[in-house]
Ligand binder design. Structure first.
Ligand code: C2E
Ligand code: CA
Ligand code: CA
Length: 347
């Protein structure tokens, strides 16, 4: 159908099927002439084996199709159907294909959410959050970042967002010296080879002082390969960028690692902040997280603050900064209010 072809092989041996896939790809790989132009086509191949991956023709075709989409999305040349990853539906995969296109074409947008000091209400910085305009609706990061995080796509996405945020915000940063820009980095990006070198050249290209950039890494990302994270975080800190542990209180960071990580800030997760005023044990957890952050000499930010009562409680319990709908929703850079030099006061 369309630009898709099916081959039926008279073997059920996986190695022979892989061999056939490689031969087909090798043939397609040869350049040929088309109206005087040298052209080149590629292909993605999905393989389903009888009877392991299906006992009917329909099922085999469907599973070969899913495997083909996976090969396409993951950038591999061919893939076998993997029943373990079966929730992979074609619809989901085409969403991934679309997301990849949006990322490579630079179509993602950014919204910025302010962070406010609790001592005097000053806006100290803002966090860049990715947005995807798909079929006319603006999707929040929560709706597509998890999908991107399942493949290497997240590295490209994070890198593009970092570039875009620095490019968009550099003027504002230059005009309002204390302001900081926060950008999120996922686990795969943190462990990408060359991250530190690339970031160093990006900073000098954009002229943004390293100390004005805060990289937010979730607690669970930092804990995935603690030894490697530890090394990368130290190299990033040596560049002069600031580091924040995001979603603090949800990822089981070991206290030993926490002590040795070159962090500047912890951000207490919104799920904990939400318990303020409703769950006394939850409040104890927030108190504990604030004390732990301060004990390690770090700034403490409360996330997801939606009510005046939550802000008041956090102020009374020594939290340094707050972020959340109460202070400001994420908006395009041009709509950020009160960030002009000397005017960074509010609330
Ligand atoms: P996060 O870093 O914890 O960001 C805060 C999330 O909570 C944002 O959702 C924000 O819109 C939302 N939020 C802010 N204030 C409130 C509030 O008062 N109440 C409630 N209920 N929610 C609030 P968003 O933009 O959907 O982002 C979700 C997550 O996606 C982020 O959580 C972050 O981990 C990730 N993310 C966003 N942009 C990027 C990116 O460029 N790269 C990577 N790797 N991750 C990103
Ligand atoms: Ca964050
Ligand atoms: Ca967070």
């Amino acid at each position: 159908g369309g630009d898709e072809f099916a081959f039926v092989l008279n073997t059920t041996d996986a190695a022979q099927a892989a061999d056939a896939a490689e031969r087909i790809l090798g043939l397609l790989d040869r350049p040929f002439e088309l109206r005087g132009q040298r052209v080149h086509v590629g292909a993605s191949i999905g393989i389903a084996l009888f009877p392991a991956h299906g006992e009917s023709i329909d099922e085999l075709l469907k599973h070969a199709d899913i495997a083909m989409y996976r090969a396409k999305v993951e950038g591999g040349a061919y893939a076998f159907f993997d029943p373990e990853r079966s929730p992979f539906s074609r619809e989901r995969l085409s969403l991934e294909v679309e997301l990849r296109q949006a990322v490579t074409r630079g179509e993602l947008e950014l919204c910025y959410q302010p962070m406010q000091a609790l001592c005097d209400g000053a806006v100290l910085g803002f966090e860049a959050l990715a947005r995807w305009r798909r079929d006319g609706t603006l999707l929040a990061a929560a709706d597509f970042i998890p999908l991107a995080e399942e493949s290497e796509l997240i590295r490209l996405l994070d890198w593009r967002i970092l570039r875009q945020a620095l490019a968009e915000a550099r003027q504002l940063l230059a005009a309002s010296p204390p302001l900081q820009l926060s950008v999120n980095l996922s686990a795969r990006s943190l462990h990408a080879p060359g991250l530190v070198e690339h970031l160093a050249s990006l900073l000098s290209e954009t002229g943004v002082e390293p100390g004005r950039l805060v990289l937010e890494i979730t607690e669970s990302a930092a804990m995935r390969h603690p030894e490697r994270s530890y090394e990368t975080l130290h190299a990033l800190a040596a560049l002069g960028v600031r580091l924040a542990m995001d979603d603090f209180g949800t990822g089981f960071a070991s206290l030993t690692y926490l002590r040795n990580m070159p962090l500047h800030r912890v951000k207490i997760d919104g799920s904990l902040v939400r318990q303020i005023g409703s769950d006394p044990r939850g409040e104890e957890l927030v108190r504990g997280a604030i004390a732990l952050g301060h004990g390690l000499g770090l700034e403490v930010v409360g996330e997801g603050v939606e009510s005046e009562a939550q802000r008041e409680w956090l102020r009374n319990n020594g939290c340094d900064q707050v972020q959340g709908y109460l202070i400001g929703r994420p908006v395009p850079l041009g709509e950020l209010r009160g960030l002009a030099p000397g005017a960074a006061r509010g609330g």
